[in-house]
Design a binder for this molecule. Structure first.
Ligand code: ARG
Length: 457
């Protein structure tokens, strides 16, 4: 029996029922649906719309349904079109006619708006927690690698020496911003739509602010048409999830490069790598590749929902039911990716020697050689040209700047003295970069301490 069967003279066509139904996926938020109903009847009783006895009967029926779904005694089947109808039909079967009063002053339009907000709010917390764990892992990596020298790149060409702590610190900032984006989304979504009815409120004297406070919202929404047709918060959430994936994907791309035969900066753990069915020597970074690959799927959810919403007249339209599967899929994808990524980086081995020799062999200290000349009175443009000659000299011989003899240095510029070697050592190059945000160890330790305070707040 349909909730709305009254004005119909025919049964719904079976294909129509299946096409229209959302119970296959909206059962995911039965907890939130029941939580919302309990708050609703609590408010109805406070307002004298239900008696206290009616309220208690309905609440105990709802609590029983929730427990039975959770323990498997009550199986959600496809007979009802959505989770709201399923819970209500079961309530009436359990507690009799009083159950029919649950839906007083409510529509499935404001009900689904509420359920999805409650669900999203819970999932924002879950994603935030996973990001926090990831950040703790990055923090450990940073603490352990303040003097792990490596090349910093621009255009994927070796540029200037940095440290692994500094490189990882860039991602620390990105995931920190991701958490704050999630928090913003939560702040903006945190207004309760219940009481908006189908679109124009209700004639019952509901206390919407009271319902909102029972459900830990900051307040009630201000316009009933907007309340049932707003999906902005999902678009913001999917956008924040897409940005998280973009960050993970960039990091994965680097992990894949670093783990390649050419770089050998890191070795992924066997438990986080896979083999080839034909090439016995292979250890592939499949997890990193999959995280990178799944990014497109989360972007897809965002674009899909934006497109669904763009032509919808006010207020509720069934198109909006399409918000669910793609959001659920995006949430599962992002949660899985953050967890696996965290496991992957916490078990990888870092080849410090390879990182450092790569920095040396790529002339990442060339800027510092030019700075040396500038400090000895050579104008920067001339210094740039001289160091260009040094690089050419080294390239022709397959050596690093550190490997040149002083005689060779002097043949290119007499300004060079024996202290040039110290001036271009990786350690010196990095140590001197001590402005806030730079890789120098002193300032890096300061940033690490700030990060520590952030993680503990
Ligand atoms: N399953 C619907 C959704 O997800 C619930 C709201 C149904 N309301 C309606 N008037 N058909 O959007």
């Amino acid at each position: 029996m349909k909730l709305w069967g009254g004005r119909f003279t025919k049964e719904t066509n079976e294909l129509v029922h299946n096409f229209n139904a959302s119970i296959g996926f909206d059962q995911k938020f039965y907890h939130q649906d029941i939580r919302g109903s309990i708050a609703h009847v609590t408010m109805l009783a406070k307002q004298g719309i239900l008696t206290e006895a009616e309220r208690d009967t309905i609440i105990s029926g709802l609590t029983g349904i929730e427990a039975d779904i959770t323990n498997g005694a009550l199986v959600i089947d496809g007979s009802q079109e959505d989770i709201h109808s399923f819970v209500e039909a079961n309530l009436i079967a359990r507690v009799g006619d009083v159950g029919k009063k649950l839906h007083t002053g409510r529509s499935r339009n404001d009900q689904v708006a509420l359920d999805m907000k409650l669900y999203t709010r819970d999932e924002i917390d879950a994603v935030d927690e996973l990001l926090h764990t990831l950040l703790k892992e990055l923090h450990t990596l940073m603490k352990e690698n303040v003097t792990t020298y490596m090349p910093g790149f621009t255009h994927l060409q070796k540029a200037q020496p940095v440290t692994l702590a500094h490189h990882v610190g860039a991602y620390f900032e990105m995931f920190k911003r991701d958490r704050s984006r999630l928090a913003d989304t939560k702040t903006r979504l945190n207004f309760c739509p219940l009481g908006a009815g189908a679109l124009a409120g209700t004639t019952y004297p509901l206390d919407r602010e009271y319902t909102a406070s029972l459900l830990e919202f900051s307040g009630a929404t201000q316009n009933s048409m907007d309340s049932v047709s707003d999906r902005d918060y999902l678009i913001e959430f999917l956008s924040a999830l897409s940005t998280i994936m973009m960050h993970l994907s960039r990091f994965c791309e680097e992990i894949i490069l670093w783990n390649s035969n050419e770089y050998r900066f890191i070795d992924l753990d066997d438990a986080y790598s896979t083999g080839s069915s034909i090439m016995p020597q292979k250890k592939n970074p499949d997890i990193a590749e999959l995280v990178r690959g799944k990014t497109g799927r989360v972007y897809g959810a965002l674009i899909s929902l934006l497109t669904t919403m763009k032509g919808l007249p006010l207020a509720y339209n069934k198109d909006m039911q399409e918000d669910k599967e793609l959001t659920f899929d995006a949430i599962d994808t992002v949660k899985g990716c953050i967890s696996l990524f965290t496991g992957m980086i916490s078990t990888m081995r870092i080849n410090k020697t390879n990182m450092e020799s790569s920095a040396k062999n790529g002339f990442t200290n060339a800027t510092d050689a030019a700075d040396y000349l500038v400090n000895h009175g050579v104008p920067f443009r001339d210094a740039h040209g001289i160091v260009g000659q040094l690089v050419l000299f080294c390239e022709q011989r397959g050596i690093a700047l550190d490997d040149m003899t002083l005689l060779d240095y002097k043949s290119i510029s007499p300004v060079f003295e024996a202290d040039i070697y110290d001036a271009i050592r990786m350690e010196t190059c990095v140590n001197k970069r001590n402005t806030l945000g730079a890789p120098g160890p002193e300032v890096m330790k300061e940033v690490i301490a700030r990060n520590e305070a952030y993680l503990n707040q």
